[in-house]
Structure formats: C-alpha cells, structure tokens
Ligand binder design. Structure first.
Ligand code: AMP
Ligand code: MG
Length: 422
C-alpha cells in the first residue's frame, strides 16, 4: 500500500522526518571512537595535542623549600614568643641558585632572595619591607607569623603524583608543568586525518575568473581555518563539480586516506545534489535531516572505514553545523577526555527572535557586557544562511531550543560565545 508522505515545507510545525539536534549529536557520539595510534613528539610541538600517556612526577616541584619574597629567613618559633621590636642578627646571604651553607640559630637570620633555598633551621621569611634594618640586625615591626612567605617543597607537584591523564588536550600550563619535570618529549595521540572538499559546479577556486553564475569557494577555507585549532592533519580534495562519477571517485579516495571526510554542498534534494546517493553507496547514512536552522540537510554517515559529514552548501549553515555537530565528533575522534562540555550563558536579549517550535535555531548575535556587569545580546540582523557576514559580525550564537517559540525583547536567552568553541 502506498502511504502518502507530504513534502516537507518550511511552514511545518514539526520538521517532517528530521531528527532533533540533541538526538543527532547523540547518534554521532555513539558511533565515533577515538583514533588508536600514538606518536612520541618533542614538547615544543605538544601544545594543543592530546596526551596518550599519564604524566607522573619523579620528584617534588619545587624540589626545595624556598623563599617567596626578598627578605630575611629565620626560625618562626623565635617570633611566637616575641612581639614587634625583636632583633635578629644577620649571619649571611642566600641567593637563588646559591644557598646559605650554614644553619640559622636562635635570634639569627639570613638575608634571602626570592627563589633561594631556605637555610637550615629557618622556616619563615619576613619581607624586607616589613622590617627595620641597621647595624647588621633586623628589627621586626608588625605581627609576623611563623611559616610566612615560604614555598614548600612539593607544593606545586608532589613526588609520585600523577598530574595529567591520557586524553588531556595540552594547554600552555600543561606544557609548562611537563617542562618543570625535565621531560623533553611526550607520547600523544596521532592527529585525526580529515578530508575536505567543496562540491558544486558553480564553485570556483581563488585565482580563477568568475564567469556568470559562479562564486568563489569560501567553505573550504572557513573549515580549514576552524580546523587549525584541533590536532588534525588535513587532506584537501579541492572543489568537485556536481558529477556523480567524479564525486564517487573523490569520496573513495577520501575514505581511504581519512578518519573523517567533510564535504559541503550537494546534500539537499535538488537535481544536482548527488552527495547523498554517493554516500549511500559507500556506507550507512545515519541521518540526513536534522530539525535545526540553519543546516537542516546535514548528513552523517558511517563508512566501512571512517565517517562522513555532508554539510549544506550555504556558508552560515556550514559554520553552524561544523561547530554544533562536526566539532564534537572531531574532539571524540582526537581522543580528548573528558569530552569538553560547551560553555553557554544566559543573557537578556535586546531584540525579538522570531522562532517556531519544532527545531533548534542558531542565530548569529553580538554578546555585550552592560555597565552594571550583566550580559545582553542582540541579533546581527538578517539571518539568511548565505549571509556569511552575519557570522563575521557576530561573536556568539543565540541558541533557541527545540520547543521554544518567539522570544520577546527583555527575555533571557541561551548564548554560546564563539570564543568558547575550539
Ligand atoms: P547547495 O547546498 O549545494 O545547494 O548549496 C547552497 C548554496 O551554497 C549555493 O547556491 C552556493 O551559493 C553556496 N555554496 C555552496 N558551496 C559553496 C562554497 N564552497 N563556498 C561558498 N558558497 C557555497
Ligand atoms: Mg550545490
């Protein structure tokens, strides 16, 4: 029996046959597994890479208890009994890298510089600004406390402590920590291999003339720039015309050499949209329609080797679907653990956001800090999915949830600042 299926229309309350955004993301994350290969690399190149080992310290950092300030090192218990005005005799000097060789006894002190090892017997340092100095003695002024101004051995890292776990995306601080342990190399996950291509007979490369009806490829460049922030190796397959044979060939090459292939364009239902048919021939299309705006024809497939994302051709749809769906997949493929949760905040909207329930919308907006410290957000204006300028002007997405309807000025909305996206 034939069932009547209405053609999808933009006036539908429920997007016919499309997956909810959160379900689509779950479908992706359920399937994608971290790459298993690892490599040993110099620390100088490890920033932004994913650790494949844990980092444990063989020694204390700092290795010795030392002074946090320039001042005078003495025995804290000599302070406890005496008030301000107590005198301590200066018996020597300790510089960073040049310890004082003797022992500090009762009513004695050592002139000490920041970072110098605390002399034997001493456990407290008085800041030079807080004492009176003269005639080879110092005189205490205000109330000092035993143990002040001292950095204890191992207070940064204890010997034997694990400071970083596998899956860690190395930050500058992490690299510094590893360096402080004297390690010049680390084992990291191999980069994720990403195949990139633009489809469309009307798309031209930079450097070639634009004939009537053609336009320059921006999508591949946008994606390349966004991918720079991740531990990936990009294989660029250029621009491919809407030609089934060439597309089949390119997808076969891309699948062979990559963990994930990302194409733009050709995923709608137009006569020249071949991407979906090509991919169906190569693997399992997990979904090809998501209840989102922009980016509804987003296609995700699991191939016999690797994964495939077919992003819609419109430049804004490319960016939205990249950040919301491809990026989480790439983070998981890269082996980043725990998976970073996207950071969002609530802000008061200065304008109306028109919205129909039944799909998640990602509107381009400008988030600002008001003088009273609160956050406000305003639309960048026209939101057509081809208007890349709206992304360039924006610094955040306003995310309007699936069931939400039109939001009036003054209401709170969920905002995802671009800076929090990797
Ligand atoms: P499609 O999804 O193939 O129907 O493409 C939708 C629209 O996106 C096209 O009409 C183009 O204007 C635009 N487009 C597609 N691919 C690109 C690209 N690589 N760079 C810039 N714009 C593109
Ligand atoms: Mg096209």
């Amino acid at each position: 029996m034939n069932t009547f299926k209405p053609a999808p229309s933009c006036t539908d309350t429920n997007e016919y046959g499309s997956l909810r955004a959160d379900d689509a993301l779950n479908q992706i994350l359920e399937r994608v597994e971290p790459v298993s290969g690892t490599e040993q690399i110099p620390l100088q190149r490890a920033g932004g890479r994913v650790l494949a080992q844990s980092i444990r310290s063989d020694f204390n950092v700092p290795a010795h208890t030392n002074s946090a300030v320039d001042g005078y090192a003495l025995r804290g218990r000599d302070l406890d009994s005496a008030g301000p005005g107590t005198e301590f005799r200066i018996i020597g000097t300790a510089l960073a890298g040049e310890p004082f060789p003797g022992t500090v006894g009762p009513s004695e002190c050592v002139r000490i510089m920041t970072g110098a090892v605390l002399a034997q017997g001493a456990d407290t340092v008085l800041m030079q600004e807080h004492v009176e100095i003269g005639g080879g003695v110092i005189r205490t002024q205000a109330t000092h406390r035993s143990g002040d101004n001292v950095r204890l051995a191992g207070e940064d890292i204890r010997q034997g402590e694990t400071i970083l776990d596998p899956g860690r995306l190395c930050t500058p601080a992490d690299i510094g920590l590893i360096a402080s342990l004297g390690r010049g190399e680390v084992r990291v996950k191999r980069p994720v291999r990403v195949g990139l291509l633009s489809t469309g007979t009307e798309i031209r490369s930079i450097g070639t003339p634009l004939e009537e009806g053609t336009l320059y490829d921006s999508n591949r460049h946008t994606l390349q720039a966004a991918l720079q922030k991740l531990p990936v190796e990009i294989n660029d397959y250029g621009i491919v015309a809407d030609d089934r044979t060439i597309l089949d060939q390119t997808f076969a090459n891309a699948e062979r050499d990559n963990d994930i292939t990302i194409s733009t364009g050709g995923v709608s239902v137009g006569d020249a949209d071949h991407t979906r048919a090509c991919i169906e021939a190569r693997g399992q299309v997990v979904f090809s329609k998501v209840a989102i705006k922009p980016g509804r024809p987003l296609t995700f497939a699991s191939l016999s080797s690797g994964f495939f994302f077919g992003l819609p051709g419109n430049p804004v749809a490319v960016m939205v679907t990249y950040y919301q769906f491809v990026l989480p997949a790439l983070k998981k493929l890269a082996g980043i653990e725990p998976m970073p949760k996207g950071l969002t905040l609530r802000a008061q909207t200065l304008n109306r956001f028109r919205k129909k329930p039944g799909r998640t919308e990602y509107q381009r907006a400008i988030l600002s800090r008001e003088e009273n410290g609160s956050w406000s957000v305003a639309s960048t204006g026209r939101q057509g999915s081809g208007i890349l300028r709206s992304m360039s002007l924006a610094n955040a997405f306003v995310i309007l949830a699936h069931d939400e309807s039109t939001v009036e000025p003054g209401a709170d909305v969920t905002v995802q600042p671009f800076e929090t996206l990797l």
